[in-house]
Design a protein around this ligand. Structure first.
Ligand SMILES: *Cc1c(COP(=O)(O)O)cnc(C)c1O
Length: 351
């Protein structure tokens, strides 16, 4: 089934076989990988050795937390790696297409362009919901990949499970549900659907709620067949040892992360209330994530003013349907207060 979607050159690929692939047992003298026999002073022991190519221990931990068998888990150098691999595995350059729902995460389009894959767009409606009436027409173009970002970046809203299900069922290609922000609304996850739908890939990441953007750990969940093709194409040692260790330590603190997520949601609601009182705020879009999309009167001026105060937000005003919009990440209570204070000063000046 999945074989019909994979590019023939990838199906026929003989993957690179690393030293760690070829000998996995216990030994005391390792002379097989041209590593240094010693570490530099001050460097953690073991760093002279290559990491595990398939991160089995980390996958066991993720498996326990997510309730997904380890053979359905791929770990990437950020979920961006998984996005790029999906293009390289499934999309024939210059011929295949991908469907996206703008305004959305920019990396789908960038990876499509890098791989010479044409992007079909179906714009979100005024509420930033997927336009179901267009789905039939768009899936007729047979996109190999369809990206649903849920919650969506930069809008912060979620698509209904009903909508996601309709798209998966209408699609002859692979449907990717990017759940980078789903830790902030776990009930929205469709992770358990991977058992039922063999064309579904769910992406998650440790970059947002888990506080490890610097470690670059992205997760893809799918059928064992899809995971195995991703593994064949990825770089042999795609996750560094320090990142594996950081991820492992973070995953041991699930409870702590849940509490922090709760705090961020509280802060988001406070920020939303406070922002809505400003005269120059026209609209705040509902958010299920750790950021708010805010429509300002004269957003460019607001952006520049805040930047002048050392407060950087993301200008999304050029995105379709996002005229005048800035995306504001929810920070610590102190950071949010600093932002609100700066805006208050501006408002007072203007009056
Ligand atoms: C931040 C983000 C990611 C995460 O990318 P990583 O490579 O895992 O850091 C993925 N998708 C969306 C929509 C994001 O906003």
């Amino acid at each position: 089934m999945i074989e019909n979607l994979v590019r023939p050159n990838i199906l026929n690929l003989k993957p690179y076989s690393s030293a760690r692939d070829e000998f996995k047992g216990k030994a005391s003298v390792w002379l097989d990988a041209n590593e240094s026999p010693v570490v530099l002073p001050g460097v953690q022991t073991g760093m002279n050795r290559y990491p595990e190519p398939l991160q089995p221990e980390l996958k066991e931990k993720i498996s326990r937390i997510k309730g997904v068998p380890a053979n359905r888990i791929f770990i990437g150098n950020g979920s961006d790696e998984a996005v790029d691999l999906l293009f390289r595995v499934f999309c024939e350059p210059g011929r295949d297409k991908a469907l996206v729902f703008p305004p959305t995460y920019g990396m789908y389009g960038v990876c499509a362009a890098v791989n010479d894959v044409q992007v079909i767009e179906s714009l979100l409606d005024e509420q930033f919901s997927i336009n179901l009436k267009e789905i039939g027409k768009k899936t007729m173009e047979n996109p190999k990949l369809t990206f649903i970002c849920n919650p969506n970046n930069p809008t912060g809203n979620v698509q209904s499970h009903e909508t996601i299900r309709r798209i998966i069922e209408a699609s002859k290609g692979i449907v990717v549900v990017d759940e980078a922000y789903v830790d902030f609304c776990p009930e929205q996850s469709v992770l358990s659907w991977i058992e039922q739908y063999h064309n579904l890939v769910v992406l998650q990441t440790l970059s947002k709620a888990w506080g490890l953007a610097g470690a670059r750990i992205g997760l893809a969940f799918a059928s064992p067949e899809i995971i195995s093709v991703l593994n064949r194409v990825k770089f042999p040692y795609n996750i560094g040892k320090p990142s594996i260790e950081l991820a492992s330590a973070a995953l041991d603190q699930e409870q702590e992360i849940k509490e922090r997520v709760g705090e961020i949601i509280n802060q988001r609601n406070l920020l939303m209330n406070s922002l809505s009182a400003f005269t120059f705020v026209e609209k705040i879009f509902p958010s299920s994530a750790n950021f708010l999309l805010v429509k300002f009167r004269e957003s460019e001026k607001i952006y520049q003013y805040l930047a002048g105060k050392g407060i950087i937000v993301r200008d999304r005003s050029k995105q379709p349907g996002c005229k005048g919009c800035l995306r504001i990440t929810v920070g610590t209570q102190t950071e949010n207060k600093t932002l609100l204070k700066a805006l208050k000063e501006l408002e007072n000046k203007q009056q």
